[in-house]
Write a protein that binds this ligand. Structure first.
Ligand SMILES: Cc1ncc(COP(=O)(O)O)c(C=O)c1O
Length: 404
């Protein structure tokens, strides 16, 4: 093989866009947890199964021959079901022909939306702590993130700080309610403040509402698209992963104004062509489930939260019961170990066999999350009890580790 000539500088084997973020720490912790046989309270996937009728609908769809590509932007039956659900639950009226795009999970929805709307150099306002995909999404689409803090312990933002983050370069704001990782459910007045800024600065709201059905208190779920002036500047993103415990099916959708949908559909077409056709058919069946299904979903998650959070508090973590989603953000300062979040989680996996996500994954700069750890509780009661019992021995296990 000819050797490269001496005056050619060796180029990195990766493109620049892939050099500015690391591999997902969440998935890395999952691998370490598997190696140690730990209970994984890191990555957001349930250890219980999807409803039987939904699984059966998928098998039936395969038997019925829905085994080739669906229409790129989604099987008509699923788009119609999403339109009906959006009208009833979110109070969003959307034409399934022109405004709804089914993608491979909310994950692809956000990426396709950003590819459709963002030009390199545009700024995107993102609250932090943030769902860890938003950082790489911004970088991959060429956007510069402007971080605005949600502050511990009630996770409110400072209106002035948010206003200061908006500039002539701002193209979009990413919103996530109920929120991962904080469990915050945004209040109407907070959403109104954000909406006013969007209208004033001609900015899009990209609203990730994947946990819309998982709320524990009296706070209603409000879709920002329903606030004055927002229908034409909001992309509402949601999906079936969390609501029906089918994270592996990869079904998500965007609801957007027709002209924006054109762009999202183009990006989606060339990213993935489409979501799995038989699973889309089963997704349409899932959306037919009666309202009692959603009530039970909420009651079950409330029970899991109320079962698990006291274990965390008793074990020594500082934390509050979240208002929504299925995560608890904790502060590890009371352990006084001097360890950073990543080392703390590794030790937790190695000593008591419980995995979680280091808080730095949710912050930029990462140093701001060095004393935080996020747990998820989408697990069977017995899994949560087992993890809780193990965590009660954590303080001692860490102390033993420190002295050995
Ligand atoms: C806020 C948020 N958005 C999107 C996703 C991914 O959803 P999907 O499985 O539909 O890609 C997650 C998964 O954890 C999430 O927490």
């Amino acid at each position: 093989m000819p050797s490269p000539s001496a005056d050619i500088q060796p180029r990195s084997r990766l493109a620049q866009r892939c050099q500015y973020f690391t591999e997902s720490v969440i998935r890395e912790m999952t691998r370490i947890a598997q190696k140690h046989g730990a209970i994984n309270l890191g990555q957001g996937m349930p250890d219980f199964d999807a409803p039987e009728v939904v699984r059966e609908a998928a098998c039936q769809a395969i038997r019925d021959g829905y085994n080739q590509y669906a229409i790129t932007w989604g099987a008509p039956a699923l788009r119609r079901a999403i339109a009906a659900k959006a009208s009833l639950f979110n109070r969003i009226e959307a034409d399934p022909e022109t405004q709804i795009t089914v993608c491979c999970g909310a994950t692809e929805c956000m990426m396709a939306t950003m590819m459709a709307l963002i030009d390199p150099g545009d700024e995107v306002v993102i609250f932090q702590p943030f769902y860890e995909n938003y950082g790489p999404d911004a970088l991959l689409s060429g956007a510069t993130p402007r971080w605005v803090p949600l502050r511990w312990p009630d996770w409110r933002f400072d209106p002035q700080e948010l206003r200061n983050a908006f500039s002539q370069k701002t193209r979009a704001i990413i919103l996530n309610t109920p929120n991962n990782p904080t469990g915050k459910v945004f209040r109407r007045e907070e959403l109104e403040f954000i909406a006013d800024l969007c209208v004033e600065h001609d900015v899009y709201a990209l609203s990730d509402e994947i946990y819309e059905y998982i709320r524990f208190g009296d706070q209603p779920h409000i879709s920002i698209a329903t606030l004055p002036g927002m229908a034409e500047r909001t992309v509402t993103i949601s999906g079936l992963s969390k609501t029906f415990s089918i994270t592996g099916w990869r079904l998500g959708y965007c609801i957007a104004p027709a002209d924006v949908s054109v762009g999202i559909r183009k990006a989606h077409d060339f990213l993935t062509v489409g979501a799995p056709h038989p699973l889309q058919m089963a997704g349409a069946a899932a959306l037919e489930l009666p309202s009692s299904y959603y009530q039970k979903l909420q009651d079950d998650y409330r029970r899991r939260r109320d079962l698990f959070v006291p274990y965390l508090q008793q074990a020594g973590f500082e934390c509050e019961a979240p208002e929504g989603a299925y995560y608890v953000m904790t502060d590890i300062t009371p352990f006084a170990t001097g360890l950073d979040d990543v080392t703390f989680v590794r030790r937790m996996i190695e000593t008591v066999g419980v995995s979680a996500v280091p808080g730095s994954s949710f912050y930029s700069p990462r140093s701001e999350g060095r004393q935080k750890v996020r747990f998820m509780f989408a697990k069977k009661d017995e899994t949560l009890h087992a993890a809780g019992q193990r965590l009660l021995g954590l303080r001692e296990a860490l102390a033993r580790g420190a002295s050995s």
